[in-house]
Design a protein around this ligand. Sequence first.
Ligand SMILES: [Fe+2]
Ligand SMILES: [Fe+2]
Length: 284
Amino acid sequence: MEIDRRKVITALGGASVVELMNPEARAEALEDYLSQQLDAAMAAKLGVPQNTPTVAELEAQIETRPFRKGVGTLFAVGASTPFGNRVAGEANNVAKLPAMPAKPTLLDFYKLRFNPATHILQSADKALTSGMPEEIVLACLLHDSAHALMKADHGWWAAQLYEPYVSPKVTFAIRYHQALRFFPDPSVNYEYPILYNKIFGKDYVPPEYIKQAHDYARKHKFYMAARMVTVNDLYSFDPNHVVDPAKFTDIIGRHFKQPKEGLGYDNSAVAHMWRTIINPDVGL
Ligand SMILES: [Fe+2]
Ligand SMILES: [Fe+2]
């Protein structure tokens, strides 16, 4: 990143302010400035809108797109971000998907279908490095993975997708993170994400079923598991933090019941959902 000295000094409050800072404070202020610049550059790359729209303005955008914002990322180019804006340099058409092994494992999906799974991998890594229990790390790893299939109500879709293979605590954490993320919990320093004003609108009020799900989850014995997914959820973008899914091999091995026939072929109640992710190109 190129640094314009004058711009930096202005951003820090002017030359006289910078002069009064000791070297440590100066270094810290510069670091803050650079990270803000990086966030802004990344935000522009991801198509984050400059303005913060209202709910009505977001609704008016519906008829300006050939796809709906809730569509799974595998199904439409231009639907890869929650903003629904076409990102600079994005292809016009969907790409041919790589073949999957005959008996696919969860890690195969990370490599071949959820890729780039940056957000979920970084969330799981954050949980891992902050010493969270393994089931929480797994819940963080899985929490938004259903975006490939469907973004609308993704907590419920993902929980269903994993129900036969993980513990009820992990499923609960995945399902309810979707509702809890809108509600602060000062006991764990969780605040309403500022970014949501851009995604949902600055005057957004969550629908009744989300409020009810939040109230239900609050009183549940697994509340903190779901809450920890929101605490480790990332609402900023760091393209330089690359996490290899193989890092979670042991945790997956201990807490994910991989079917021997492969995901999609075990005749479970959700096998068809996995097959749809394997081959979303079937016409009918
Ligand atoms: Fe989520
Ligand atoms: Fe998330």
